[in-house]
Design a protein around this ligand. Structure first.
Ligand SMILES: Nc1ncnc2c1ncn2[C@@H]1O[C@H](COP(=O)(O)OP(=O)(O)OP(=O)(O)O)[C@@H](O)[C@H]1O
Ligand SMILES: [Mg+2]
Length: 237
């Protein structure tokens, strides 16, 4: 029986470990080096909200480091038709990528050229939420939002983002590269923290996931191997 106070991720074994999923309305940091599957996990989470609930839960994906069309194409390889969900008003992709490269964005919800800052991105999130009554959010990667801030300013920026997300009652995944610039205040501020890593043993590289923290949840401290297949992320418990 799904629990109302949890948001399923669509990754079966992860949901079991999390008593049904991410605590609703909370922010969880997903940290890992390039290619570990952060974007895939986050897309899983948004698609699960749309597909696997009695009432679809619309979601917002804030794209900071890749072109939204690339995200749509990569998701299609897993069998997820993001374009369809966008047309059904179940998904909004906020383009916070093109403008930073000086390219005029074509999507409705986007950060224009020359306007990139935390406030503008957060304003777009708020507008997108109002537009489709979104309950789930992904910021991928949050490090791109925070990297220009240092020290005390970075801490303040993290707290500003966290306060707004909490006010909007969005269940949020913040993707981040491992050991991104700064000391990783977001690890402390976030309600939960999941780390994706590689274990390089001999000639074989294995993917591993660990729930570092999840408040309100008695969770396993095991290091769980996982694979990325055509169906997405699969934990090998
Ligand atoms: N369709 C697919 N089928 C199987 N595995 C795939 C598929 N697409 C991607 N992968 C695997 O997933 C990896 C990329 O995952 P993803 O883009 O989610 O990582 P990421 O952590 O977001 O990376 P980055 O830090 O570069 O954004 C690829 O390197 C590949 O190993
Ligand atoms: Mg990614």
């Amino acid at each position: 029986m799904p629990r109302d106070d949890r948001c399923n991720t669509g990754i079966l074994e992860l949901d079991k470990m999390l008593l049904g999923g991410i605590p609703r309305g909370r922010t969880v940091l997903i940290e890992g080096p390039p290619g570990t599957g952060k974007t895939t996990l986050a897309t899983h989470f948004l698609v699960a909200g749309i597909l696997h609930n009695k009432n679809p839960e619309p979601g917002i994906f804030v794209c900071l480091d890749e072109n939204p069309q690339d995200l749509i194409d990569e998701a299609a390889a897993f069998g997820w038709n993001l374009k369809k969900y966008i047309d059904l008003n179940q998904l909004i992709i906020v383009d916070a990528f093109s403008g930073r490269l000086g390219i005029r964005p074509t999507l409705q919800f986007a950060v224009p050229v020359g306007k990139f800052d935390i406030k503008t991105v957060m304003d777009r999130i708020e507008e997108a939420q109002k537009s489709i009554h979104a309950t789930r959010l992904v910021i991928d990667p949050v490090s791109a939002l925070l990297d220009e801030q240092e020290g005390k300013k970075r801490r303040e920026a993290v707290l500003t983002v966290a306060a707004l997300l909490s006010r909007l009652k969005l269940t949020t995944l913040l993707n981040s590269e491992l050991e991104a610039a700064g000391v990783g205040v977001e690890r402390y501020v976030a309600h939960g923290f999941i780390r994706l890593t590689y274990n390089e043993l001999g000639e074989k590289v294995r993917r591993q996931l660990r729930i570092v923290k999840m408040r309100e949840t008695m969770h396993s401290m095991d290091i769980i191997p996982y694979e990325i297949t055509v169906k997405g992320i699969e934990l090998k418990v």
